[in-house]
Design a protein around this ligand. Structure first.
Ligand code: MSP
Length: 642
């Protein structure tokens, strides 16, 4: 049995947290749950980082003491984590005496050994980022990280000798490719910060008093990042050599947003080196969840409150979306439409139906009792192999922190099994008394897949695995069943317990269909009612969209959906089915043989229950007119549009 220590950043309690913060914490939670599942002794830490100038200013503006102000926000943060079922083992606040004592001791040690010295700082300070900058680092006179104005600061300060350790750090980063991930962030740290050379870091301030006092010079408060980063060890009891500290340090993963990788891979490791402590094994900088109108912020009014989403869609749906939607490491757009699509396709249709079909058929064809399997045929052997491969793939992805891929691996098994049910057609077997044994094999196979899926989902979802387990008639906790993930663990003779659908489909308002051609329509987002101009993107983001010329091979209306057409298109050797909302503008017969433009790498989605494997491009205006985007002259199916 191994050990696993994972941390989130400690959040600023300056405002209520939003879906972006929830993203980091849910991801860390899934990793912690995974490690507990596989039997690692796991410690999961989160908390809050209070000593921020902005907090002091905000509190004063409300006529409150900073402590009083943060107490109220921290209560909200704890409630949010409770509602998201975050399984943290500890919650550290930088205002707690255990942390203050630890930071003061760290400061004293570094001073006594000569790594901290007193001098005078003159330079720039970005208060929102709590970052010091040199003239040469500013971009057009602004903070190079956030682009906001910086303040000129000149004060007596203590300095930490970063420069002394720069070579050692570079050597460590180069010798330990796992240390900074993803690799793009590692290169950024090396090229932008380490190679140009490190300056000593100012680690105290004298112009305000909200912070931890320098123990031997109390008019100074400790620089907030030195204070905050230390939480990862003070929470374990440092500087005491506690049992917890010995057991869990160094951290296995510091999970952080990409904007604070710099603090975690330069200042933090050097601080640890100076203290003679081992460095964390991995710092993983994930991407941002971006909203319409750019980065989420109170001032833009585009903040999404996770509690609203939980109330509306349920806890597991929100967790699933957060963990599945973005490739971990990359940025991605948050939209409520995408969240609904995930619920309806993956959770309601794929997983929900698999459970519903399985339990219903066991009720109907086997008197509600899971039959014993007879001899397995080639189809079942393939399912068993897919099950073993999916679980192995899921575990491999979790080890590499690829959460979205890990979930996708589990859902490959779900998808394959739904197809298997259609192939094995148990309803046909049920009609032939001679096929009784075969029917038993098929029903057992379906239920056994679900048992394994329930175990594999426990790191990600907190209510669903237990519900699946219950409906299969099993007792106990799937989160403790990792050892039983192999085929054959389901005892025949178990009585199933039919229940409610685990993920009801989210009904989409019928008016939404008039939205036009592209994708499934969606209800209005809660907070971003006015469509904001699309955020600026770089060419590399645009290049991720695979636009192709496609030839329409067939087009037909869809019964019961007066706005939709089902098109069969060819992308140069590859046929696709596309559902498009253009039926009120085009007669299907006129489309056949024409070249159109489609997004070829759009994730397939079901519209009105019909699979759509791409999206065509069309322009529409306020008068409700619509025109297809087509090549100006025939150019050949499969041609790339760029
Ligand atoms: N207090 C510092 C961290 C100190 S760690 C020793 C801080 N706090 S913060 O409240 O601003 O939260 C930062 C973290 O929240 C980010 O690093 C990131 O993990 C998460 N996120 C905040 N907004 C986010 C998105 N829009 N998208 C994804 N993650 C986001 O920085």
């Amino acid at each position: 049995m191994g050990k696993f220590y994972i941390t989130t950043p400690i959040y600023y309690p300056s405002d209520n947290l939003h879906i972006g913060h929830a993203y980091t914490t849910v991801a860390a939670d899934a990793l912690a749950r995974y490690h507990r599942l596989i039997g690692d002794e796991t410690y999961f830490l989160t908390g809050t980082d209070a000593h921020r100038q902005k907090i002091q200013r905000k509190a004063e503006a409300q006529g409150k003491k900073p402590q009083e102000y943060v107490d109220q926000i921290v209560a909200g943060i704890k409630e949010l984590w409770r509602r998201l079922a975050i399984s943290n083992d500890d919650f550290i606040r930088t205002t707690e005496p255990r942390h203050e004592r630890g930071v003061q001791e760290i400061f004293r040690r570094l001073y006594e050994q000569g790594d901290i010295y007193k001098s005078e700082y003159e330079g720039w300070y970005c208060t929102p980022c709590e970052s010091f900058w040199l003239d040469r680092q500013l971009v057009e006179g602004k903070c190079p990280d956030c682009g906001r104005p910086v303040e000129r600061v000149r004060e007596e300060s203590y300095f930490f000798r970063l420069s002394k350790y720069a070579d050692r750090l570079l050597a460590h980063i180069e010798a330990n490719p796992e240390f900074i991930q993803p690799v793009s962030r590692k290169n950024e740290m090396i090229n932008n910060f380490l190679r140009p050379g490190l300056e000593d870091l100012c680690v105290s301030r004298t112009t305000f008093d909200w912070g931890i006092k320098v123990p031997f010079d109390p008019k100074h408060v400790v620089y907030v990042w030195l204070d905050a980063l230390s939480n990862y060890i003070t929470a374990l009891g440092y500087p005491e050599e506690t049992e917890l500290f010995r057991r869990f340090w160094p951290a296995d993963v510091h999970l952080v947003g990409k904007e604070i990788v710099r603090f975690h891979t330069i200042i933090w490791p050097i601080l640890l080196m100076a203290l003679g402590l081992p460095l964390p094994k991995r710092v993983f900088g994930h991407g941002w969840l971006i909203l319409e109108g750019g980065k989420m912020s109170k001032s833009k009014g585009n903040v999404v409150d996770p509690l609203v989403l939980i109330d509306r869609y349920g806890l597991d749906a929100v967790r699933y979306y957060l963990l599945r939607e973005l490739p971990f490491g990359a940025d991605g757009y948050y939209t409520e439409e995408a969240l609904i699509l995930r619920i309806n396709t993956d959770l309601a249709t794929d997983l929900g139906n698999l459970l519903h079909r399985t339990v219903s058929m066991i009720e109907k064809f086997a008197g509600g009792v899971i039959p014993a399997p007879g001899p397995y045929g080639p189809l079942e052997q393939e399912i068993q192999q897919t099950a073993a491969e999916s679980i192995a793939a899921m575990a491999g992805h979790m080890d590499r922190l690829e959460l979205s891929d890990a979930l996708a691996a589990v859902f490959r098994l779900v998808g394959r099994t739904n197809k298997y049910i259609d192939e094995a057609a148990p309803w046909r077997l049920a009609k032939e008394p001679g096929d009784r044994e075969r029917l038993g094999t098929v029903l057992y196979t379906m239920a056994e897949v679900l048992r394994i899926v329930a175990i594999a989902l426990t790191p990600f979802l907190v209510e669903t695995p237990g519900k699946i387990w219950h409906q299969l008639g099993l007792d106990g906790d799937p989160a403790r069943a990792w050892q039983e993930r192999h085929w054959g663990g389901l005892p025949p003779g178990t009585r199933v317990r039919k229940g409610e659908p685990i993920f009801p489909r989210i009904e989409i308002k019928p008016t939404a269909e008039k939205e036009g051609p592209p994708v499934e329509a969606a209800p209005p987002s809660p907070k971003a009612a006015e469509p904001a101009p699309a955020a600026e993107i770089g060419i590399e983001e645009f290049a991720r969209i695979d636009l192709r010329v496609a030839k329409v091979l067939a087009a037909e209306r869809i019964e019961g959906a007066k706005k939709l057409l089902r098109l069969t298109v060819s992308l140069g050797g590859q046929e696709r089915q596309i559902v498009a909302g253009i039926a009120e503008h085009y007669d299907p017969a006129t489309l056949v043989g024409r070249e159109i433009v489609v997004v070829a790498n759009l994730r397939p989605a079901k519209l009105r229950g019909i699979l759509s494997e791409g999206m065509l491009l069309a322009a529409s205006n306020d008068a409700g007119e619509l025109a297809l985007v087509v090549p100006e002259r025939p150019i050949g199916e499969g041609s790339k549009v760029r």
